[in-house]
Design a protein around this ligand. Structure first.
Ligand SMILES: [Ca+2]
Length: 408
């Protein structure tokens, strides 16, 4: 496509062009020369080849007339946003997520026990995943943040060049779910990238792992907690979770130990090299292989990661994610947490101080988002507004100095 026709094509999607001009991200031009409606029409051939009936197809797209501009906005944001591991963990493994988890352990104790019995996944691990995915379902109540999945994925297939292939295969899987009748169309909601229900399964994973655990004939991870938790457990089991085994060990490093990050050895070998547990306890499983991870950088604590850590990464292929699930599961199981500290820069806030910062900004009228300890773009914007109003350097940084000013 030449640049003029791309420009003309983009002009038709005024809303999208506006969003991307604001964020400075890649232009959301359609992948081919088609309009969105033409794309939907032509995509039917691919869907039909995968067994999707015309009736299912028309039903799924009956309410869809144009791409979802918010999906493209979120897709661009996702690529740019990175945080430090301690910020990531503060927002996810904290007194609130632990307390909510313990409450849910009580409410769904019977379900968790039968899931554990059938799939061999500890209740604490299932709860930690549920917390990470949707804050035990709370995120599903913020319906304004949810997207109609067929439209979201059609948008990605149509206009997100980097994720076009993902969008097409997930869209086919979505249509297969519609055809199977696991969920009513109006409930087929998910994240911008099609992650659905309490435990956030993308359509292909839903098809591979979905479980009808409450026995009503539907795999309903949107409304049935037993189905959602069993589906999560099934994913871990099929990826060879080892029941009752640790996911990894926090370690103290010998001199130059960080140089061995990324290497895999048996725990016996690591021990011989001078790696040890900070509390002085012995490693179990001496013959097991473990990979050295320095997730907070070479000056932070190390972790020797075992098989279960990599099984958790099958849920979401991120070291941050798997570590957060592991640490939260340990807390929920009453095991001790991290012993060593992350190398936080001087002047940065602890997890609880981040909650306090948001509360103070909110009380002073600079912040109207959630008090969740996550210092994301919204909190940063509020900090900047506060700094500007108070004649401070406007850098949007959440620091001890800023907290002192806010406390006054
Ligand atoms: Ca069911």
């Amino acid at each position: 496509m030449n640049s003029i026709s791309r420009w003309l094509g983009s002009l038709l999607m005024v809303g999208i062009v506006f969003l991307f001009a604001c964020s400075g991200a890649v232009v959301a031009a359609p992948v081919d020369h088609q309009s969105f409606q033409e794309f939907l029409e032509s995509f039917y051939t691919e869907a039909a080849a995968k067994g999707i009936s015309r009736k299912t197809y028309d039903r799924a797209f009956a309410s869809v007339t144009e791409p979802d501009p918010k999906v493209l906005e979120k897709a661009a944001y996702q690529a740019e946003f990175t945080s430090k591991i301690w910020d990531y963990l503060d927002a996810r493994v904290n007194p609130l997520s632990v307390l909510d988890g313990l409450i849910m352990a009580g409410v769904y104790g019977k379900t968790l026990a039968s899931v554990e019995k059938r799939f061999g996944i500890e209740a604490s691990v299932i709860l930690a995943i549920w917390s990470m995915e949707t804050s035990y379902g709370a995120a599903l109540l913020r319906t304004s943040r949810l997207h109609y999945v067929p439209r979201a994925l059609a948008t990605i297939a149509y206009a997100d060049k980097r994720r076009q292939k993902f969008g097409r295969s997930q869209l086919i899987a979505t249509l297969q779910i519609v055809q199977a009748g696991d969920v009513e169309l109006e409930q087929l909601m998910g994240s911008w990238a099609g992650a659905m229900g309490h435990t956030q399964f993308i359509p292909t994973s839903f098809l591979a792992y979905g479980i009808d655990f409450d026995g009503d004939g539907r795999r309903d991870i949107w409304n049935s907690i037993p189905d959602a938790l069993a589906t999560a457990a099934n994913l871990l089991r099929k990826n060879k979770w080892r029941t009752g085994k640790p996911w990894g060990y926090e370690v103290k490093l010998p001199a130059n130990g960080a140089g061995m990050k990324g290497e895999t050895k048996t725990l016996a070998e690591w021990q011989k090299l001078g790696f040890s547990r900070p509390g002085g306890a012995a490693f179990g499983l001496l013959e097991d292989s473990a990979e050295l991870k320095m997730i907070g950088g070479d000056t932070g604590p190390g972790y020797l990661m075992l098989k279960n850590f990599f099984v958790l990464k099958r849920y979401n292929n991120s070291d941050y994610y798997a570590l957060a699930v592991g640490l939260l599961a340990d807390k929920l199981a009453g095991k001790p947490g991290m012993v060593q500290s992350w190398p936080r820069p001087a002047g940065s806030l602890s997890g609880t101080q981040k909650f306090e910062l948001q509360e103070l900004l909110s009380k002073k009228g600079f912040y109207d988002g959630g008090i969740d300890g996550r210092i994301g773009p919204n909190t940063e914007k509020s900090i900047k507004a506060f700094q500007k109003k108070n004649g401070l350097v406007v850098d949007g940084e959440a620091t001890q100095d800023l907290l002192k000013v806010l406390r006054k």
